[in-house]
Design a protein around this ligand. Structure first.
Ligand code: NAD
Length: 332
């Protein structure tokens, strides 16, 4: 299957990954794309000519029906989410995204969609399997017995199960990726929803430009994560959606690094050394998290491979441009 002749809905197209996905689908020759987001198009991370851009609140059942009218493929990337600073303090808002996926699945069934992609998260994994920095990479089966991230993670796990049962009960072909921290150009880097890679770039750039000698780091710097560059994420979405694998698959890098190491990488790109002030009271999430890529490697013959050093170089350059007025947020 490819998407050339598909009529596609990208839900959450005004966001970071949704915007890149629309760009990627256009590059691969898709001519029928409807891009939907709750934000007015002027606020989208990226928007494109030749695409039907719509502002709709997809928590509403009628909006999902309108968004899905006539489409064959649905990519659901719409969610109320952000980095740790956001999801730890907006649990209800995160859980209310359940309305988006529920209503979109109903709309997908009713419009006879051929395929439905759902963007789940590594936040579905049980907290007691992520308690030390030298964490064992998380296998798909580690999501059960369930004890995910409160709020956001529970909503993702529930939505995964909804996808599963829509496939079982109605034959809707659902595909699910569990994204592990995605980063890259066009990502949020300020305002409270940003994630660690972008936040650290912003802080280092601000310190460098402002002549400051220190930056604040959330936590003690030793907590570990893996981060996937957006280009790998796009390849993974394509491969998973086109696969015959309905079970949730990890889509993440398995290059485990500490937050301190991430700061080292950014400092080296910026050619600066800063004193680190650790804020132990700030939201920091689980102690360690990494992606076990056995399933995706074996079943798809591929896994994310872009090294953090390379991805951060491009991400830093983009954020630097934004902060210094080099280019505007909206791409086309
Ligand atoms: P994002 O916040 O940039 O994009 C989500 C978009 O959904 C936003 O533009 C937002 O306005 C839109 N949205 C929210 N509520 C809506 C509603 N009611 N109706 C229509 N649109 C609505 O996030 P992202 O980083 O692009 O993430 C995309 C998806 O991937 C989300 O489902 C997210 O949970 C998941 N995910 C992302 C990451 C990551 O590291 N970025 C990690 C794990 C999972």
């Amino acid at each position: 299957m490819n998407f050339r002749n598909a009529r596609i809905l990208v839900a959450g197209a005004g966001g970071f990954i949704g915007g890149h996905l629309v760009a990627d689908l256009l590059r691969s020759g898709c001519s029928s794309i409807r891009a939907v987001d709750i934000k007015p198009p002027a606020q989208w991370h990226q928007r494109f000519v030749g695409v039907e851009n719509m502002q709709l609140d997809l928590t509403e059942k009628s909006a999902c029906a309108e968004a899905s009218r006539g489409v064959t493929h649905i990519f659901n990337l719409a969610a109320d989410m952000g980095g740790m600073g956001y999801i730890e303090t907006h649990k209800t808002a995160c859980m209310l995204s359940v309305l988006i996926n529920t209503h979109l699945l109903l709309a997908a069934r009713d419009c006879g969609a051929e395929r439905f992609f759902y963007s789940s998260s590594a936040c579905v994994y049980a907290a007691d399997k992520q308690t030390n920095t030298a964490v064992t990479p998380l296998k798909e089966s580690d999501a059960y017995p369930a004890m995910p991230e409160d709020g956001y993670g529970w909503e993702k796990l529930f939505a995964e199960r909804m996808c599963h049962h829509f496939r079982e009960d109605f034959g809707l072909e659902t595909r699910i990726a569990r994204f592990h921290n995605v980063y890259g150009p066009w990502g949020t880097y300020d305002g409270g929803r940003e994630k660690a890679p972008a936040a650290i770039c912003r802080k280092v750039i601000a310190a460098k430009r402002g002549g400051q000698s220190e930056i604040e780091i959330w936590g003690d710097g030793r907590q570990t994560r893996s981060f996937m560059y957006i280009d790998d994420c796009l390849v993974g979405i394509d491969k998973i959606t086109n696969s015959d694998i309905p079970d949730p698959l990890n889509l993440g890098s398995d290059q485990l690094i500490s937050i301190d190491h991430l700061v080292d990488i950014v400092e080296s790109i910026a050619d600066i050394k800063l004193r680190r002030v650790y804020n132990l009271a700030a939201p920091k999430g689980v102690r360690g998290r990494n992606s076990d890529n056995t399933q995706i490697s074996q079943r798809l013959g591929w896994a994310p491979s872009i090294r953090m050093e390379a991805g951060m170089e491009r991400t830093y350059a983009w954020i630097y441009d934004q902060m210094t007025g080099g280019s505007r947020r909206i791409s086309q």
